[in-house]
Design a protein around this ligand. Structure first.
Ligand code: ATP
Ligand code: MG
Length: 550
């Protein structure tokens, strides 16, 4: 891949360094909320932060933004760590916003003392009704000028669990007439009588995202806090909160925004992905049809291909939708270089070569990967009885069909030219077997003029006496529409036929493959051996050609 120039975030950092920011003080973080598995959108943020870490030789923290115990769980923490490691990135510190709950609480009481925060005892509906709109000023809460001592007392009671959820909230005292709605006295804390997967039952008040995020960046001394564009209006609040706890020591973090990754025919919202999991549309977060990192892994995607995809997409400030075919292009390019070749017949039809009489057949050599000759060759047994794909035979060939049909010749890959001479049909008239004759001098690579004889088509095959049965999972798009998630109900946009399972015949060396190993099944696409140890099973990663083109 051609090296690109610095992206706009790198330009910002280079500018900061040029103005005197010490390079050794650079620090980044990737801040997932552990309320679901990582998806292809997160990949962009992960690659951005960790690539910056590599480029500037700076630490990158993994920070779990775990402030909402109702939705979060350790299962997600573990899956997120596993996925980032699998991608090949190493974080410096593993941090949790929940580790800062005490510090955040102490700062919050400080804000009350400085008259920068107050306890509001209205209902959430009342608070919402006073918010105003971008064109209409908000209305001050009747509690806005409550005595500091009273706010401090109630806030402590909230912390101690003396108040029902919803009874009081702590709000920052900023500006109810700000054109930025987020500055209209945002909520810092709400009462939530829910146990947390890390802090147990200690906390009865939980901090909100905006309050937590910037202060966590400061605690960790993150220099550049990168987030997606929808957080641009939050920047003002981010800075206000840092000012509120000033004077600061050390680095003052800066928030900068980049565009989200949107991929056609895909959703990148944990909430909607969770819906697919909960409603059993897919088999968990790691289903090979899911745009999660774990799903892509099971589908046969490699860390190299995913990182290359992120690099190709780049980092910008412009919202756009990336074509799903780009992701496929990246995995195809990668696997073409590294995947051993193999033959598999997914929709088999029998072929009997009546004039082939070599007892026990013969061995034929195949290159393991023509892109990498050093891998050498493998042997495949050729025999009188073979399987070919049903689609490679037509009894009444349509125009332009150059494969096997009655009276016509075709070459069997790396082997002989055969001609169909007779058809065996069942009661229903369906062809069960194609009886062929072969040209015994036409073997590929032999020293006969016939070995170079050109016929119009070449097809793949496996020996019926020397092949293994394998289960093959073939996937179609999970969504029928180019921009799923825009309509009322995502369920109406789901493709109900996105998984097809086949019984195939494959060449024997696939029996020795390892879980997670990738292959190119010739003429069919790229496949990955599944984690199912009991049976020989493969997931189709991607076809050989762009399947998204109409
Ligand atoms: P979701 O909408 O899926 O819940 P999120 O932003 O709430 O996404 P987080 O776990 O909070 O999910 O995100 C962690 C980081 O990943 C954040 O910095 C966020 O900006 C970034 N991120 C999330 N989705 C995308 C995306 N589609 N493209 C780029 N970055 C993303
Ligand atoms: Mg989030």
């Amino acid at each position: 891949m051609k090296k690109k120039g610095p992206n706009f975030i790198e330009q910002i950092i280079d500018g900061d360094i040029a103005r005197g920011f010490e390079e050794k003080n650079l620090r980044f973080r990737f801040p997932p909320e552990p309320n679901g598995y990582l998806h292809i959108g997160h990949l962009k943020a992960i690659c951005l932060n960790f690539n910056l870490g590599e480029k500037y030789n700076s630490p990158v923290n993994l920070r779990f933004d775990d402030t909402n115990p109702e939705k979060e769980a350790k299962e997600y923490v573990d899956a997120i760590k596993h996925d980032i490691k699998w991608l090949g990135f190493e974080w410096n510190k593993e941090c949790y916003a929940s580790d800062y709950f005490q510090q955040l609480y102490d700062w919050a009481t400080e804000l009350i003392s400085k008259d920068l925060a107050y306890v509001d005892s209205q209902t959430s509906d009342e608070i919402a009704s006073q918010k105003g709109s971008p064109t209409k000023e908000g209305e001050a809460s009747p509690f806005r000028n409550r005595e500091k001592t009273e706010s401090l007392k109630i806030f402590k009671e909230m912390f101690e669990g003396n108040h029902e959820s919803g009874r009081h909230v702590l709000r920052a005292k900023i500006d109810m007439s700000s054109p930025n709605m987020l500055m209209r006295d945002p909520v810092l804390y709400r009462v939530m009588n829910v146990d947390h997967h890390r802090t147990g039952e200690k906390w009865k008040v939980y901090p909100m995202y905006d309050w937590t995020h910037g202060e966590s960046d400061y605690i960790e001394q993150v220099s550049h806090s990168l987030c997606t564009l929808e957080f641009e209006p939050h920047r003002e609040l981010y800075d206000w909160f840092l000012d509120a706890i000033s004077p600061l020591k050390g680095i003052r973090p800066k928030q900068r925004e980049f565009s989200r990754l949107n991929l056609s025919y895909t959703i990148t919202s944990k909430r909607k992905l969770a819906q697919l999991v909960d409603e059993n549309i897919v088999d968990g977060w790691g289903d090979p049809r899911m745009p999660t990192i774990s799903g892509l892994r099971k589908r046969g995607y490699t860390p190299r291909a995913l990182k290359n995809f992120a690099l190709t997409v780049g980092v910008s400030k412009r919202e756009n939708v990336i074509d799903a075919s780009l992701l496929e292009f990246c995995i195809r390019a990668d696997l073409n270089q590294v995947a051993p070749r193999a033959m598999a017949v997914i929709n088999p039809i029998k072929v009997k070569i009546i004039n082939y009489e070599k007892e026990g057949g013969e061995k034929i050599n195949f290159e393991i990967n023509p892109q990498d000759k050093s891998l050498g060759t493998r042997e495949i047994n050729f025999s009188r009885n073979i399987y070919i794909e049903k689609e490679d035979f037509q009894e009444n060939p349509e125009e332009g069909f150059f494969r096997l049909s009655p009276g016509e010749e075709v070459r069997l890959k790396n082997a002989y030219i055969i001609k169909a001479v007779e058809l065996v049909k069942d009661d229903k008239g369906e062809v069960k077997e194609v009886v062929c004759e072969y040209d015994d001098k036409s073997k590929s690579g032999s020293n006969t003029p016939e070995s170079n004889r050109k016929v119009k088509g070449t097809i793949h095959w496996v020996s019926s006496t020397n092949s293994l049965k394998a289960k093959i999972n073939i996937y179609d798009r999970l969504f029928k529409v180019p921009e799923p998630g825009k309509g009322d109900d995502i369920m109406n946009e789901v493709n109900q036929n996105s998984l097809e399972t086949k019984e195939a015949f494959v060449e024997p060396y696939l029996g020795d493959s390892q879980e997670g190993q990738q292959f190119q099944f010739q003429r069919l696409g790229y496949f990955v051996r599944t984690e199912n140890k009991k049976t020989l099973e493969f997931n189709k990663t991607v076809g050989l050609r762009d399947s998204w083109k109409k």
